[in-house]
Design a protein around this ligand. Sequence first.
Ligand code: ARG
Length: 269
Amino acid sequence: MSESRVPRLRRFLVCEPRHFAVQYAINPWMNPDTRVDVDLAREQWTALIDAYRARGHSVDRLEPVPGLPDMVFAANSAVVVGGRVFGSLFHAPERRPESGHYDLWFKTAGYAVHRPGSVVEGEGDLVWTGRYLLAGTGFRTSREAHREAQEFFGHPVISLTLVDPYFYHLDTALFVLDEENVVYYPEAFSAGSREVLRRLYPDAVLATRDDALAWGLNSVSDGRHVFIAPQAEALAGRLADQGYEPVPVDLSEFHKAGGGIKCCTQEIR
Ligand code: ARG
């Protein structure tokens, strides 16, 4: 079965954690008294980039900016589908300046960037499935931004309400395995949103709270390899049973900021 899972090569945009730190608290994982081991963070992050490249994915880098400790979380700064870039407008004032730096990177790379009119945190909450966008709201991205994204892309945008503050971005509670299937933690969603996911993905892999707390839902899949937190061993085992190949990458230093593998990875489609 494993041989039947075919990886699709991706292009990722990342930002080195040179200025990474926990200096403010904008989600329940963050505590400004926490010390980050910057050398370990850089090693862990480099291992992620190496793991992507070793599987044939291409990785573009953007220069980090001093004073923007969360800029390493590239996923939050845009969502790109079909070469169209929908920029970000952060909820937290501390993160707002990140958007301009990412916009500039895209413009320099030849892309026009749509500046959103309401709060939206890129792929943190807008998750492309291959057919439509699943869109989280409740803590960060606004419903108004879901409507704006649908107008901009002309793809269906399906709003899902997040209810657990530990899973404040959609990409902490759900990830896409391939065009057919997703993995998610049902209790992170409102009852109605759970029902929507059940109808869309009757065969989804369901994760437990332990899987989610171990950052197992903040994974990146290329359709075969699943880059996943080693702490989420149980979930990785279930994915292996389904023919996926888990690639463990430990980003424990980034968990202190409420981020993981997917948060550090934006995909340019
Ligand atoms: N400290 C960052 C924040 O709270 C973490 C972002 C995590 N990114 C993500 N895609 N979930 O905004």
